[in-house]
Design a protein around this ligand. Structure first.
Ligand SMILES: [Zn+2]
Length: 344
């Protein structure tokens, strides 16, 4: 039986970004309510710990951490027009980074094969020195840096299927090959980065993989990108640990994204990631919640991924429907990456 650790806590509702802000406390309520109904065998429920400041400093600059800390003394603070903090945001952000670390610890220590950390605020837009895109601390990037620097993993794969490009995560690991960042995202869309010629720099060249997709693409196109790019590169990279920036705003019902992914599509993406993890990483996967702003789509997609995490990783991967319209984009991605990876 596959054990899946679930990190969930209603304290994540304490961060408040402003009235009628889409990244709202009800997102956590919807996910925790869903988790409470799960009857899957092998679920291990964990409470998050707070990240230490030295752990946050694995990815963020001291001046920036201090600036976020100062917001705990203010009633409200706006980093920019859509990224705001309330009095509880700093501690909630430490709990979000710590929640992904709690999940990573459990999986690294073998207490579970995989894990899902239901956290907020989200993280993948936060850079070393800047809050943006609803994100304060980069939860997944901190976990990746921790796995490499503290736990000694040599190759960590991050799969980011949030509808937005994770510019902050990309920045953190742009010049290293210890972390391979793979992102599918609607393009053009906020934050504007993530074109297919952004492939890394220095010794990290080839270890950033961006798959920018036009609006209205759905399961067949996403799965084709996973099959033709992620699976091929992943089998050459041979990751020892896999992280997923699991946003659900590429869902067809999401109000911010304009993609057509279904709950089954997210599960099918998870199945492909699990196959790579089973082949090279002793099953080790930690998924962390990023975006997703329709409460029903969020809960149903989260549920289908957590259920997929409990299936045997060698279940067959079904071919997907007509994905003709993504082929040209994938061809251009392969061309940009062909000096670094074998696509023959
Ligand atoms: Zn997003």
């Amino acid at each position: 039986m596959i054990k899946t650790a679930i990190v969930a806590d209603r304290r994540y509702a304490r961060h408040f970004a402003g009235r009628s802000h889409p990244e709202r406390p009800e997102r956590i309520e919807a996910m925790v309510d869903m988790v409470d109904t799960l009857r899957r065998d092998g679920l291990v429920r964990l409470s998050p710990r707070q990240a230490g400041l030295e752990e946050v400093a694995l990815c963020h600059e001291p001046d920036y951490i201090a600036a976020v800390e100062r917001t705990a003394t203010l009633d409200r603070y706006a980093f920019d027009s859509d990224t705001r903090a309330s009095r509880d945001s700093f501690h909630t952000a430490l709990l979000a980074a710590g929640g992904v670390l709690t999940a990573a610890e459990a999986v690294a220590d073998g207490e579970a094969e995989n894990a899902f950390a239901i956290v907020r605020p989200p993280g993948h837009h936060a850079t070393a020195s800047r809050a943006m895109g609803f994100c304060l601390f980069n939860n997944v990037a901190i976990a990746a840096a921790w796995l490499v620097r503290v736990r000694g993993f040599r190759r960590v794969l991050i799969v980011d299927w949030d509808v937005h490009h994770g510019n902050g995560t990309q920045d953190c690991f742009y010049s290293t090959r210890e972390v391979l960042y793979f992102s599918t995202h609607q393009f053009p869309l906020y934050p504007g980065t993530g074109s297919l010629d952004e492939i890394g720099t220095g010794e990290g060249t080839g270890f950033t993989v961006n798959v920018p997709l036009p609006a209205a693409f759905g399961d067949p196109e996403y799965l084709r990108a996973f099959d033709d790019l992620l699976m091929r590169i992943g089998r050459q990279y041979r990751p020892e640990f896999v992280l997923i920036s699991a946003g659900f705003d590429a869902h067809f019902r999401d109000p911010l994204g304009a993609m057509q992914v279904t709950e089954d599509g997210f599960a099918a993406m998870a199945r492909r990631v699990r196959r790579i993890a089973a082949e090279f990483a002793q099953e080790r996967i930690v998924a962390a919640l990023e975006g997703g702003y329709d409460l029903r789509a969020l809960a149903e997609s989260g549920k289908s991924v957590i259920e997929e995490f409990g299936r045997e990783a060698d279940e067959p991967i079904r071919p997907v429907g007509d994905s003709e319209r993504v082929i040209q984009i994938l061809e251009r991605c392969r061309y940009a990456l062909s000096p670094y990876w074998d696509f023959a």
